[in-house]
Design a protein around this ligand. Sequence first.
Ligand code: UT7
Length: 329
Amino acid sequence: MVLRGCGSATPSRSISNQELGQRVETSDEWIRSRTGIGARHVVGEKESLGELCGQASERALAMAGWDAESLNLILLATSTPEDLFGSAPRLQARIGAGNAVAFDLTAACSGFLFALVTASQYLRTGAMKRVLVVGADQLSRWVDWDDRRSCVLFGDAAAAVVLEASDDGQDDLQGFLLRSDGSRGEVLQLPQISDHDPLIAEASHQRGGFQPIQMNGQEVYKFAVREVPAILAKLLEETHTTADSLDWLLLHQANQRILDAVADRFDIPNSKVLSNLSHYGNTSAATIPLMLDEAVRDGRIKPGHQIASSGFGAGLSWGAALLRWSGPA
Ligand code: UT7
């Protein structure tokens, strides 16, 4: 499969750490020193995640020079669909991709990487020729804005890539590993409410709805700094790649200290570690394509560059991929 285009869109309103101090007892100094985050964008009254997904997708298609009708498949990685039955078909209609089948895929902050790998399987078998993969989340809906231990971390965004089947054996997904461990899932969850209502005389039904995000930050941190280096080391070994041959390290943007710890483990210099946490915080499934899009558009990532990527988060779920950026044909 070949990576041909990328695009992203973020809500217009950015909320700085200082501004967040109006809501919870915190400080710019605490948030920056513990996380590297300086601000986050939050979907406002006149915006929607669906709109952001549409804009990100159209930008990715424009970069590749493709008509939306040429898409065969749309995968929307999100944990915050606007409709629990799935938001991908709405995106299909919004961008006019009438020939594409569209469905959602949920794997929290690992969602984009899981969706990218899923897309690559359709492309490698020849079942599909052109695929749009979107990572988008609006965790601001589900954050407890009075819980300073978690609310400072998250923001909203949508970002996309477009991929096509290779006709010359080239593969921009040079290797991947995916993992899940549900036995540790309680350290980061967005669970259903447990209320129920009477239905008839001797039966009740469980009410729909979700509780705010519940996170044990220290456990998630330990999970990330243990599992991400381990899975990246295995990926590099399996693909016979040395860390110093990488052009970029593109990790899920959760915390600058996690990025630094992983880079240190492989002696990767800061100049090769992509980070935009200071502007966006953790945008869940959107972080990796949002960062990719920024670095492609400002010229840091160039055609042929090799990128080691890793996503990790709720589930627990994590994964790693060795990618090459090709860009438009
Ligand atoms: O996609 C994955 C999503 N999740 C993550 O990436 C989370 C990973 N974990 C982390 O990034 C870090 O654990 C946090 C940034 C969430 C927390 O950093 P920490 O260094 O583990 O802080 P802590 O929870 O140990 O808290 C230290 C202190 C506590 O005060 P006391 O008990 O020592 O007096 C907290 O109450 O900092 C306090 N604190 C805050 N102070 C100011 C916690 N949150 C804040 C805050 N502002 N926002």
